[in-house]
Design a protein around this ligand. Structure first.
Ligand code: PEP
Ligand code: MN
Length: 499
């Protein structure tokens, strides 16, 4: 079914008065980017609301609300991802497939932060590299769907498209404009609690044993984890003895960034603001040598010291269903200063991939783009090598991240969506190996996980079977790794570097 036609009338065109780039006007090669220029392009996964007036009111409200994140934080992450692209750090990104408003609650947030911290500890120890952490949290509320409708008790009803749009409850499937503003407040509240927890020392490396292994009963995993913690505690004691453990050593706090799929463009546009670059902005640190004719209508970063920042999250990615070269999502993303991701599925050709990089990152800023590959355990061997070579030949330097979840989703005979843990491990293992063979390196992993003891993916050292899926299957979209499976995966990646 073709997605519904886009509508051109948007409330509050924040950028309508943006100065036209003279170079572009004279050579006519491309149109000027504005936060709303995406509305002139064909769009996939669009939403039709019954009450356009209520949508405009919600968007006007969002346009007045303050940024959830700031340019200083966004650029700090972008610079850290430059380190990842250059092999100096590792990227760990994870969280729910579909974050619900109901997950905005201390236990659910705590357990996910702790899991990401535990995993990063394992990775730092294994890879001898700093780990950049990005949560799929505080805004992962919009879901692309393969079909706009589904069958329920013999009738066709709209599919659940994420809490920002409609409700999972079958009585709440009509898109509700009030959810747009609610999404903002749930994002802000979640991030507020994350910030407060981190500032209160939740991530203090002096007390890693406090990040107790909640549901992990497996003795082998427990022993592996405790051995790492003991080693770190030992090293800290040594650093304290030699006086290297000062309050400014950074051991008592860590950064945790937020991310979501940039799917619902009206929402994203409303939080896109023209703001001053921090002094650490790459255009000020590493002046571009590319002529402005390569910018293709994208805003020139340095003309007034400002740029367009999506202030709803530090990092946003384009989904595999909305990455068409001439589509609305690519148009919207090409104007942003934020570091961005592109999902790379099995239908991506090398030509398309390089064109996407040229459109989204014409100045070839290092680490600006993260390629999130998600081919499936069998397809990766034939697809990844040619993508690596094409990107290398293009001169772009990207973060290569493996999403071993989305190409490995299966249905059980009774129709329950699941993933085999062994398939997930196999795709990550292949990604590590293929990058190494190609003279490249895997920069990070992108996972769907939760700190709860869910039974959604089968396999793992616990040996979950299809028969166990019913025990605690609570996802509203894709099956997630539980705490134990996620840690096992971190050990596998860490082990690769210790080989
Ligand atoms: C997702 O990350 O939840 C998702 C929908 O991924 P993809 O766009 O790769 O299918
Ligand atoms: Mn998913």
């Amino acid at each position: 079914i073709e997605p519904p036609k886009l509508k051109l009338s948007k409330s509050g065109e924040a950028a309508a008065d943006l100065k036209v780039n003279e170079t572009q006007k004279s050579n006519g090669s491309s149109t000027e980017w504005t936060p709303s220029s995406w509305t002139t392009k064909p769009i996939k996964q669009d939403v039709i609301y019954d009450d356009r007036g209520a949508v405009n009111k919600a968007l006007a409200k969002l346009e007045r609300l303050p940024p959830i994140v700031t340019p200083t934080e966004i650029i700090r992450l972008r610079n850290s991802l430059r380190d990842v692209a250059l092999g100096k750090a590792f990227l760990l990104q994870g969280g729910d497939c579909a974050e619900l408003f109901d997950y905005c609650e201390d236990n659910a947030i705590d357990s996910k932060i702790k899991l990401l911290l535990q995993m990063s500890l394992v990775l730092i120890y294994g890879a001898y590299k700093p780990v950049v952490r990005i949560a799929r949290m505080a805004g992962q509320f919009a879901k692309p769907r393969s079909s706009p409708t589904e069958m329920y008790e013999g009738r066709e009803i709209p599919s659940f498209r994420g809490d920002i749009l409609n409700g999972y409850d079958v009585k709440e499937r009509t898109p509700d404009p009030a959810r747009l503003v609610s999404a903002y407040f749930h994002s802000a509240t979640t991030l507020n609690y994350i910030r407060a927890s981190l500032a209160s020392g939740i991530a203090d490396l002096h007390a890693p044993l406090e990040w107790e292994l909640g549901h992990v009963k497996d003795e082998k995993i427990k022993a592996q984890y405790i051995r790492i913690v003991d080693n770190i505690t030992d090293s800290l004691r040594f650093m304290k003895t030699v006086g290297a453990d000062s309050p400014s050593s950074g051991l008592e706090s860590v950064d945790l960034y937020t991310s979501h799929e940039g799917l619902l463009l009206e929402y994203e546009q409303s939080l896109t603001r023209r703001l001053r670059h921090p002094p650490s902005h790459p255009s000020l640190q590493h002046p571009s040598t590319s002529p402005s004719s390569q910018l293709n209508g994208r805003p020139e970063p340095s003309t007034d010291g400002k740029g367009w920042y999506n202030t709803s999250a530090h990092f946003l990615w384009i989904g595999d269903r909305t990455r068409q070269l001439t589509g609305a999502h690519v148009e919207y993303f090409r104007g942003l200063e934020n570091p961005i991701g592109i999902k790379v599925g099995p239908t991506m050709t090398s030509g398309e991939l390089v064109s996407l990089l040229d459109i989204l990152n014409p100045t070839k800023s290092i680490g600006k783009i993260t390629l999130i590959t998600r081919y499936g355990e069998h397809k990766i061997t034939s697809l990844l090598p040619s993508h690596i070579r094409a990107v290398r030949e293009s001169g772009h330097i990207v973060v290569w991240q493996c999403d071993p979840m989305h190409g490995n989703t299966k249905s059980t005979p009774s129709g329950v969506k699941t993933r085999q843990f062994s398939s997930i491990l196999s795709e990550v293992g292949s990604a590590l190996r293929i990058h190494r063979e190609e003279g490249s390196f895997l920069g990070g992993v992108h996972l769907e996980l939760t700190g709860e003891a869910v039974t959604e993916c089968v396999g793992g050292s616990e040996g979950l079977t299809e028969g166990d899926l019913g025990v605690n299957y609570t996802t509203y979209c894709d099956p997630r790794l539980n705490e134990k499976q996620a840690l096992e995966l971190a050990f596998l990646v860490a082990g690769h570097y210790r080989e």
